[in-house]
Design a protein around this ligand. Structure first.
Ligand SMILES: [Zn+2]
Length: 667
């Protein structure tokens, strides 16, 4: 058993979350655990991420997101404590345009909630990618992805067979893969691999030579003269990442994109994905037996001479146009017939700059979850339509980071953002009726308004197929009124339970930072699920006043600030909350609302009375908990409501800093 002290450079998400979990437990149970061996790091071994406490002989360990404890008072048997999400919220990471760095063969190290924003250069649209990697109780890794990559796709002036769409997928990866007796050839009925940005890899191209139609589709993997999609002769349109779409809009690779790993490294390439048999796929670089760092070489070579030129045979020379132009000659390169090898005891596949590019076949047994015959899974999406001139990439990133915080999300969320001018007139009764509380000058053209309205209604129709026609008509009238009267929208509507519709008008006073905040805040309302459950809503309305409103607004403020602090840097979450609450209080705004609410929540978290997890993952809004648990008979709530404003300002620092006063903790 090797103990490897990991460096922060190679930290995976699960290690970031492990540090959070261990710190939380250490603050909660200092006497039970004692002092950890290393306080700023975690250790890794055999798929586990762990920390040891020598004084008590206890070890806390994560296998992916499954949490275990062992030793000391707990005894010799490993105790399973369920998933990390029962204790802390998993972090959500933007992996747009990153290169992978971790060289660890076990999938449990890659547990993460990742998002990215990808721009389809062919259609000039933006899409939010998501990849959720989990570990089940049996140790199997589960990758949930919408098949969108973490880099731009397509190309100006190039059209794929169909525009790129989010296509949800779920695959399982064995965390203990084994070599099989016989290799499995690539097949059309299964995907060969998934890369760590959630995009699938297909080894086979779709076309074979035929004398009647030169490039016929051929679903039989054994049919001869299959075009290698990477060869010029195949005329397959691939983008700079060797990817393209198929008819369903599914984006997939026909090679290992160079963008996913360092091209001029000084160490061995990282893992960039997992094959269907559970073995890792590495980038191209490895250290050979002579100690030289170099790219791995395929052992496939072009056959000498010319192809046969009878009927049903293409003739010409063996130039790599067809897969059959190559033969495998063991020992001619570094890699075996599947394009893999064992380095330091670990079998894995390597990206090569020659055929078969990534995988020639599978050395282990492919998991059934890679079968293409499976029913499609559903996975809530985050979408945006932006009519302002502000950067869609950044606005959509904010929305996606927020929505993926949800531990159990039901809704597709689409945020519509458009510009309006300055305030135009006093609101009339009619304005209020249509929720256009402050009318602004309209700056969009009629054509833009019609196009935005069409997009909104199309999305409602797709997301809420069972909506009755009179509600749809009313919604359509209201949206038209809002747009034509320059209403100052900043809301999240729920046209049906499974759809959250963000409506955000950027006024002439709304700067980019404010707009990002509003979008983040409104998107969070989309993951507060029980606010729209009728039973909870009826009780809430029958029970006013209650704390639900400020809890809804306060948590949205809290999480929006947390995400923006992560995206933009600058002030920390805590400073952002305390500063706004302090300024509000000084201005006499003392009623419990958005900023007051988030300060009250922060105080409860700092007092150790409330787990931040339920704010971050939205689970405070499950099962009417805001009514049943966080009501005024709960002393932590009543205390926080009368203490949130006990904040000291320190003007001697630059920038000015804020902290809860001692009195805030005394009560
Ligand atoms: Zn393809």
């Amino acid at each position: 058993m090797t103990l490897l002290l990991t460096s922060p450079m190679a930290f995976s998400n699960i290690e970031v979350d492990a540090l959070k979990l261990f710190a939380w437990l250490e603050s909660k149970y200092p006497d039970v655990l004692g002092t950890p061996e290393f306080t700023s790091s975690v250790l890794r071994t055999q798929g586990y991420t762990y920390r040891h406490y020598p004084e008590t002989d206890i070890s806390l360990a994560l296998f992916g997101d499954q949490f275990y404890a062992v030793g000391g008072l707990l005894g010799k048997d490993v105790i399973s404590l369920g998933t990390i999400e029962n204790f802390v919220a998993k972090s959500v990471t933007d992996i747009s345009n990153i290169e992978f760095t971790l060289r660890a063969a076990t999938c449990s190290y890659f547990v993460a909630k990742n998002i990215a924003v990808t721009r389809d250069l062919s259609t000039d649209s933006y899409l939010a990618a998501k990849l959720d990697v989990r570990v089940a109780a049996d140790g199997t890794c589960k990758l949930l992805s919408n098949s969108l990559p973490n880099h731009d796709i397509g190309s100006f002036g190039i059209d794929f067979v169909s525009p790129v769409l989010a296509v949800p997928a779920e695959v399982k990866i064995s965390s203990r893969p084994k070599l099989a007796d016989m290799a499995s050839p690539s097949s059309f009925t299964r995907t060969d691999a998934i890369l760590l940005n959630g995009v699938k890899l297909e080894s086979l191209g779709p076309n074979c030579f035929s004398s009647t139609d030169e490039k016929a589709l051929c679903a039989d993997a054994n049919q001869p003269w299959r075009y290698d999609p990477r060869s010029g002769g195949a005329n397959v349109i691939l983008d700079a990442y060797f990817g393209h779409t198929e008819g369903t809009g599914l984006y997939h690779y026909h090679g290992g994109p160079a963008a996913l790993f360092e091209q001029f490294p000084n160490i061995d390439s990282p893992v960039i994905g997992f094959a269907a048999d559970g073995f890792p796929i590495y980038g191209s670089y490895f250290t050979d037996k002579s100690g030289t760092l170099r790219t791995a070489n395929s052992s496939y070579v072009l056959k000498p001479g010319s192809r046969p030129s009878g009927i049903r045979e293409p003739g010409g020379s063996y130039d790599g146009t067809f897969v059959d132009d190559y033969e495998y000659i063991a020992g001619s390169g570094d890699l075996d017939e599947c394009n893999g090898m064992t380095v330091e005891g670990q079998y894995g596949y390597y990206v090569t700059n020659a055929y078969p590019w990534v995988l020639g076949c599978l050395k282990g047994t492919p998991d059934d979850s890679f079968s293409k015959a499976l029913e499609p899974v559903s996975l809530p999406q985050t979408l945006m339509s932006n009519y302002t001139s502000y950067d869609t990439r950044e606005l959509l990133t904010a929305a996606a980071l927020i929505s993926e915080h949800a531990r159990d999300r039901k809704r597709n969320i689409k945020v519509f953002v458009w510009p309006v001018g300055s305030a135009s007139r006093e609101a009339t009764l009619e304005d209020r009726q249509y929720m256009a509380f402050t009318p602004h000058f309209v700056t969009m053209t009629n054509t833009e308004i019609e196009s935005l309205l069409t997009e909104m209604l199309d999305w409602i129709d797709i997301s809420c197929p069972n909506m009755n026609s009179s509600s749809r008509t009313q919604e359509s009238i209201r949206l038209r009124y809002l747009l034509e009267n320059g209403g100052d929208a900043a809301t999240l509507g729920v046209p049906c339970y499974s759809a959250g519709m963000g409506l955000v008008a950027a006024t002439s006073e709304t700067n980019f930072d404010t707009l990002k905040y509003i979008i983040a805040h409104e998107t969070y309302h989309g993951i507060q699920q029980d606010l729209e459950i009728e039973a909870c809503r009826d009780r809430r309305e029958a029970n006013e006043p209650n704390n639900s409103r400020w809890l809804a607004e306060g948590t949205a403020d809290y999480v929006a600030k947390s995400v923006l602090a992560g995206m933009d840097g600058g002030l920390s979450l805590e400073q952002r909350i305390l500063k706004d609450a302090y300024l509000d209080y000084q201005a006499g705004e003392t009623q419990m609302s958005t900023r007051q609410g988030s300060a009250a929540l922060l105080l409860m978290v700092k007092r150790g009375e409330l787990d931040e997890r339920i704010i971050l993952d939205g689970s405070m809004f499950w099962k009417c908990e805001t009514l049943d648990v966080y009501n005024d008979t709960n002393p932590i709530i009543s205390n926080a409501k009368t203490s949130w404003f006990m904040i000291d300002e320190d003007t001697s620092t630059s920038p000015v800093t804020y902290k809860f006063s001692g009195a805030a903790f005394m009560r």
